[in-house]
Design a protein around this ligand. Structure first.
Ligand code: ZN
Length: 332
């Protein structure tokens, strides 16, 4: 993170502020937290990553809109990815706030618990997917010792699950579990403002990501979450990255359309011949595989394949010539 990257606060509607926080990732340079007026203090939704400068970025963003971290009495986490809950421990220690978090945290324990086990998990998925061992080892070696962006592996003090609501000056923020992007993902809906706080489940720019390997069918879960959000009939959406947007239904439809196209492409690829997940990536995304994109294209492709398997349209078999698995179209 360079010194020129600062946090920035802006009011979205009375009582709701967007806190734009810098991230060190070229394709995702910022993430959002939100402050919401609630009684004599604030609800903070998400809190940014835990890297050098992250805490200063959050406090600066709050100061710009005349708010103060010490007024945060409730910390709500949309999902346990580093850019959303990374500095939660720090915030709780500085404020004494209550923590609200979904309990489906196996994915977070794997990613941020034991770094060596996390590398081993990635190694196994890579090998099974047909990634050659030498470049895979080299890639993981480059990541060994890198900071995780998470200051502590927290357990929920209060469980953020369906039926729970968090009071605020806007009205109650109702919790809806919206897994798919991550098993721990929840969205918040405020009926008075028809306001959706969507985390990374619905973004202004359609850019699916699935935390693969910790739930039976991430794509199916994500599509179910689109149905959940559609039924809310939100007018304004504030999300985990990018600006607020209003055409919520169109964003839901655009996600469905892109995912259905890619799922069809995965089907067509398997009908052509049995393939490893890695071999299928160019067909699914209509672009060549590169080392830079493989890290998120691979879990997404595995999510399409797992979904097809659950639909009875594909199966997976070990490749006798390697440690990889090949995916095969089911015979009609
Ligand atoms: Zn995320």
């Amino acid at each position: 993170m360079t010194k020129t990257e600062l946090g920035r606060g802006e009011r979205v509607i009375p009582g709701l502020w967007r806190l734009r926080l810098p991230l060190p990732w070229p394709v995702v340079p910022h993430g959002n937290a939100y402050a919401i007026a609630a009684g004599d203090g604030l609800v903070l939704v998400d809190c940014g990553t835990n890297l050098e400068g992250s805490f200063e970025a959050l406090t600066l963003a709050l100061t710009q809109v005349d708010l103060s971290l010490k007024d945060v009495h409730t910390l709500v986490i949309t999902h346990a990815h580093s850019d959303h809950w990374g500095q939660a421990r720090t915030i709780l220690d500085k404020t004494g706030a209550e923590l609200w978090l979904n309990p489906n945290l196996a994915h977070a324990r794997s990613a941020y618990g034991d770094p060596e086990q996390a590398l081993q998990h990635h190694f196994e998925i890579g090998i099974q997917s047909g990634v050659p061992e030498a470049p895979l080892r080299e890639f993981l070696e480059q990541h060994r010792g890198m900071p995780s962006g998470v200051d502590a592996l927290l357990e929920p003090e209060h469980e953020l699950v369906n039926g729970v609501s968090i009071p605020s000056d806007l009205g109650d923020l109702h919790v809806y579990e919206t897994p798919g992007h991550a098993p721990s993902h929840v969205s918040l809906f405020n009926a008075e403002q028809r306001l959706l706080i969507s985390g990374d489940t619905l973004l202004g720019r359609v850019s699916p990501y699935f935390d693969f390997g910790f739930s039976p069918d991430p794509l199916g879960e994500f599509l179910g979450s689109m149905d959940t959000l559609e039924a809310l009939d939100a007018r304004l959406c504030v999300s985990g990255h990018g600006r607020p947007f209003t055409d919520v239904r169109a964003h839901i439809d655009a996600n469905r359309e892109l995912l259905s196209q890619r799922l069809d492409a995965a089907r067509a690829g398997l009908n052509h011949e049995p393939q490893t997940a890695l071999e299928l990536i160019p067909a699914v995304f209509s672009e060549p595989l590169t080392p830079g994109t493989a890290t998120w294209r691979l879990p997404e492709t595995l999510s399409y394949l797992t979904h097809l398997k659950r639909l009875g349209e594909a199966s997976r078999a070990p490749d006798p010539a390697s440690s990889a698995s090949r995916w095969i179209a089911a015979q009609p």
